[in-house]
Design a protein around this ligand. Structure first.
Ligand SMILES: C[S@@+](CC[C@H](N)C(=O)[O-])C[C@H]1O[C@@H](n2cnc3c(N)ncnc32)[C@H](O)[C@@H]1O
Length: 624
């Protein structure tokens, strides 16, 4: 008898995924489903490193940190439309929760979807909060940690430099997050990580391991201005370490308006604006004899050698043959009315490949600018150590094309989102963001707390709301500004909506009850619907239509790619109406259907449902 398969409850199984990848490349190293290390070693030839004297970076807890990255999450993301802005249309996400769990939950839906990651994690200064993961039950741990303070109101997890595990604690926090984050990057995606000199050497080592040292792109020294008060040494810059997922280059940057202004078109050249460049090479006559020849000034017909009018040993930039082509093409410039004695070559703006990124940035805004930006938007000093919008904008300009996606999983006051909206307003772009932030509580004596911001997410969300409105207002007369996406969908990390998916319980009676009603009583069908989207690896911002079919609520996700009905007492009328949707949406073999396990009127309807859907070519039917 046909049976409806149950949806698996945990987030993507990363170990299973790794095995699949290995099987794809080296199927012959598997025996009875297990890896034969000797066979693998033989495949890798001389690239195998012996155990002794291996170059490696170790710390207390590294093995556990690796395991933590591979343990599936038992959590989910619950929608919070009431805290969101423009829920129905926006493609931006604001996710509240510990970023480790959130990154795990996003593994399927955002696998290879992100073009750029920017993070500004705790610098481990000895005073800041470093989240402690718990291998056994990280969701419960999250619930405890986000409310946990000691009697003086200090966060229990401040990583004090007196702690014997000071560096290890920080590395244990960073390592699994970076490992998971890498999976979300597109192959040509790049991560930028802000850090001061304190932990940069450790970060570089773990990134060399996670991203591969060949994919280290560079380290920007960003002048943040304010000095530290260490005796006799002022730390006036922060680092931004850059690694590619599989690339070791970042794109060239488009010219700034100021740079582009140097290109003009005094002769109405149909190829557009151009700038003059030298028509000499760096070589001397001795080094390149063939580049020493006479060229004819088309206006005076005079023959000109490289040294006719200049006291130089440098010869022309190209061979005579190429020169004749250049002259024919009209890309040599002899000045207005041909008055120049020597030619220049035209360099067209339209052919410019952009500028290189330099490693020292002295003009990308400062810490002070950043604090003022947040302060003036929120009317108070509510957030320590934000980054300036100009810094983020500059990084985003390098990496993000029109509708690319950026992720910031230590988003703080949400500068990254602010910069995206600003940039989109400037060039009519539709770049999208995912912000992740822990609802880290503000201290009761802080200004933020007194102003009603009980945790940092409240600050981040309010900043995005206000920044978006302000940007729209400032650009009110710009064409297309009405399309600027200043909304965001809020999701909150929580335990799964499904009881059976919680960690193992020994309570048999409870388990039996749970198998009758396995959905937690405080969860809504919207909660469930988004959990299903995550399990199927669908984008959380896909359009969702709500229909009523034979009296039951049915969600149609992504124009028919997934249909979900979580109502109870479903009859065949609803099932038939769902099957008929396939024609309406014209989706070929894409359509999948999910029901509640005990959602059918009786066992007969359940069995017939599968048959009916099959007749319409819908084979992927699951239940929860
Ligand atoms: C230095 S701040 C980032 C500031 C941000 N770049 C800005 O411009 O506002 C680091 C943020 O990471 C957050 N954070 C720390 N641990 C986290 C975790 N496990 N999950 C999510 N966020 C975390 C902290 O609450 C803090 O707000």
């Amino acid at each position: 008898m046909a049976k409806i398969e149950k949806l698996d409850g945990k987030s993507m199984d990363i170990v299973a995924d790794n095995i699949e990848k290995l099987k794809e490349i080296f199927p012959d190293v598997f025996t009875e489903g297990k890896v034969d290390f000797e066979a693998l070693e033989a495949t890798l030839g001389e690239y195998v490193e012996g155990k002794e004297e291996r170059y490696s970076f170790n710390w207390n807890g590294k093995a556990a940190a690796r395991r933590i990255a591979q343990t599936p999450s038992t959590g989910t993301l619950r929608p919070a439309p009431e805290e969101s802005k423009d829920w129905d249309a926006t493609e931006n996400l604001y996710i509240e929760g510990d970023n480790l769990e959130v990154l795990k939950l996003l593994q399927k839906s955002y696998h290879k979807q992100v073009k750029m990651i920017y993070i500004d994690p705790p610098y481990n200064t000895g005073k800041d909060f470093v989240y402690k993961d718990n291998f056994k039950d990280n969701i419960k741990n999250y619930m405890e940690q986000t409310g946990q303070v000691d009697t003086e109101g200090n966060k229990l997890s401040t990583n004090s430099d007196a702690s014997g595990r000071y560096h290890s604690n920080w590395l244990n926090m960073m390592y699994p997050r970076l490992k998971l984050a890498r999976n979300l990057l597109k192959d040509d995606g790049v991560i930028f990580i802000s850090l001061d000199d304190g932990e940069i050497s450790s970060l570089r080592k773990i990134c060399d391991e996670i991203f591969g040292e060949d994919n280290f792109i560079g380290n920007i020294a960003w002048k943040k201005t304010s000095g530290d008060n260490k005796p006799s040494f002022a730390f006036t810059h922060d680092n931004i370490a850059i690694y590619g997922k599989t690339v070791n280059q970042i794109p060239r940057v488009p010219l700034t308006k100021k740079q582009a202004k140097q290109y003009k078109n005094p002769d109405n050249d149909p190829k557009g604006d151009w700038a003059e460049t030298d028509y000499r090479s760096k070589w001397s006559k001795e080094e390149r004899k063939n580049l020493y020849y006479a060229i004819i000034n088309p206006h005076t017909k005079e023959e000109i050698y490289p040294d006719t009018y200049s006291n130089t040993t440098r010869v022309w930039a190209c061979s005579k043959e190429t020169h004749l082509l250049n002259a024919q093409e009209g890309i040599l410039w002899w000045g207005i009315d041909g008055q120049s004695k020597e030619p220049k070559k035209k360099r067209y703006l339209s052919e410019h490949k952009g500028a290189n990124t330099r490693s020292v940035w002295t003009d990308a805004g400062t810490n002070d600018d950043a604090s003022k930006e947040v302060k003036s938007l929120l009317n108070g000093d509510y957030f320590d150590n934000p980054k300036p919008v100009s810094l983020l904008k500059r990084l985003e300009i390098i990496m993000l094309q029109d509708n690319d996606l950026i992720l910031d999983f230590f988003s703080g006051s949400a500068t990254t989102a602010h910069a995206i909206m600003q940039l989109n307003a400037e060039d009519n772009g539709s770049r999208k963001y995912i912000m992740v932030q822990l609802p880290e509580e503000t201290e009761e004596k802080s200004e933020a707390y007194k102003a009603g911001y009980k945790n940092i997410c409240e600050i981040g969300k309010e900043r995005i709301r206000r920044a978006g409105e302000k940007i729209k207002e400032e650009n009110a007369d710009k064409e297309g500004i009405e399309n600027l996406d200043i909304g965001f969908k809020v999701f909150k990390l929580d335990s799964s909506n499904i009881k059976a998916w919680d960690s193992e319980s020994d309570d048999l009676e409870q388990n039996l009850w749970d198998s009758v009603e396995n959905i937690k009583s405080d969860r809504t069908s919207d909660d469930l619907m988004y959990e299903i989207l995550l399990k199927y690896g669908l984008d959380l911002t896909l359009p969702i239509e709500e229909l009523t079919l034979a009296g039951k609520k049915v969600y149609v996700v992504g124009l028919g790619s997934l249909v979900i009905c979580l109502d109870e007492a479903i009859t065949l009328d609803t099932v038939e109406a769902i099957a008929a949707l396939k024609e309406k949406y014209g989706s070929d073999d894409l359509m999948r259907v999910v029901f509640r396990d005990n959602g059918f009127k009786d066992a007969e309807v359940k069995t017939n449902a599968i048959q009916i859907l099959k007749q319409f070519g819908i084979d992927d039917v699951k239940s929860l």
